[in-house]
Ligand binder design. Structure first.
Ligand code: NAI
Length: 330
């Protein structure tokens, strides 16, 4: 039996993790979940939101499924998510955004994959207080990280029969940092003759995404633009409740939804487990369990096709009712 680390998170995390574990169990696949708590709730007892035992567990099991955890705003602890990505060198953040059955949105032909660089840019955490009225953050871009994320995007395109990889920057203004990212893309792109290339500025991309999203295929972006644009593309397919994600490195992979811990609906049995479930389906494919991944995906899509969904998608079903309907199909 395969052991997988499960970080069940806080906020709505435990509710949606519980749903996903039950759905996977109902599919017939047996997984030994190594459950690891993290986030706000463990700070008091362990002095950190990301105890070493969580990292040790992922290092041992190689793969983790992660529900969202709260990052307190302002002073205090660094984001668990940012730390996880840095510690395990999960350099690629992958966010496929494709329309789902019966989920009504403004567009019905969205099929975009956002590949976001996950380790540097303004998220490197290099900040200083210059004086009481001035703060400074460093935007760190290296050739090594830029080339490997561009290569990841092109390799993904080749493996998944995608046609184009478009690089997104603001290189007209940040000529050195974004210029280096663009230059790295151009260099890597030379190795992929069969994939079409495109270059676009991030502001123009945002406008075009809300007008003609069908024009885009695979996007590769530095960290900050990737963070913002992937929320935009999540909105194109029905919002955060259905947006999946994965953080992938050479040795480890952590699958998690795009959304956060949604404290506003915590404990109300309202959260949509779809984003975490889609992330889990990708995880099953990643570990080679295609049969179960397809079985669960079919049960989810059939359920949505019948108009059964949670309130974020305009439905009337609670988390547990929606989960129950998927389980019935399995
Ligand atoms: P959020 O994604 O938690 O919530 C934004 C809005 O979307 C809320 O109205 C929420 O109710 C709704 N929403 C999110 N997921 C939903 C779901 N599955 N079903 C139904 N509705 C859903 O973003 P917010 O409020 O900015 O962040 C809350 C906390 O989560 C913060 O501490 C933030 O740092 C953290 N966060 C954690 C992430 C992670 O663990 N990967 C990612 C993003 C934020």
């Amino acid at each position: 039996m395969r052991t997988i680390t499960l970080i069940n998170g806080d906020g709505i995390g435990p509710e949606i993790s519980d749903a996903v574990v039950k759905i996977i169990e109902a599919s017939g696949l047996k997984i030994d979940w190594d459950i690891q708590t993290a986030g706000e709730d463990v700070i008091a007892a362990e002095g950190t939101p990301l105890p070493k035992r969580v990292l040790d567990s992922i290092r041992e099991n190689k793969v983790a499924l992660k529900a969202p955890v709260t990052t307190p705003i302002g002073k205090g602890f660094r984001s668990v998510n940012v730390q996880l990505r840095k510690e395990l060198d999960l350099y690629a953040n992958l966010r496929p955004c494709k329309n789902l059955p019966s989920v009504k949105t403004r567009f019905d032909n969205v099929d975009i994959v956002v590949v976001r660089e996950n380790t540097e840019d303004l998220y490197a955490g290099i900040e200083r207080q210059v004086d009481s009225d001035t703060a400074e953050s460093i935007k760190l871009i290296t050739r090594k990280a830029s080339e490997r994320i561009c290569r990841f995007a092109f390799d993904y395109a080749v493996k998944n029969n995608r046609k184009e990889v478009c690089v997104v920057t603001k290189a007209n203004i940040m000529k050195l940092s974004d210029g280096l990212f663009l230059d790295s893309y151009r260099k890597v792109a030379e190795d992929y003759r069969d994939i079409q290339k495109k270059e676009i500025l991030v502001d123009n991309l945002c406008m075009q995404l809300v007008q003609n999203p069908e024009k885009f295929d695979v996007l590769v972006l530095p960290n900050l633009y990737g963070d913002i644009v992937s929320d935009l593309t999540a909105g194109l397919i029905g919002g955060l409740g259905v947006a999946q994600g994965a953080n992938i490195g050479l040795d480890y992979a952590v699958f998690e939804p795009v959304h956060g811990s949604a404290p506003d609906i915590k404990g109300q049995n309202k959260a949509n487990p779809t984003a975490l479930l889609l992330s889990a389906i990708e995880m099953l494919k990643y570990i080679g369990e295609y049969k179960y991944a397809e079985r669960i995906e079919k049960a989810l899509f059939d359920t949505l096709r019948e108009g059964i969904c949670t309130s974020d998608l305009g439905g009337t079903y609670s988390t547990t009712e929606f989960t129950g309907k998927i389980i019935e199909k399995l």
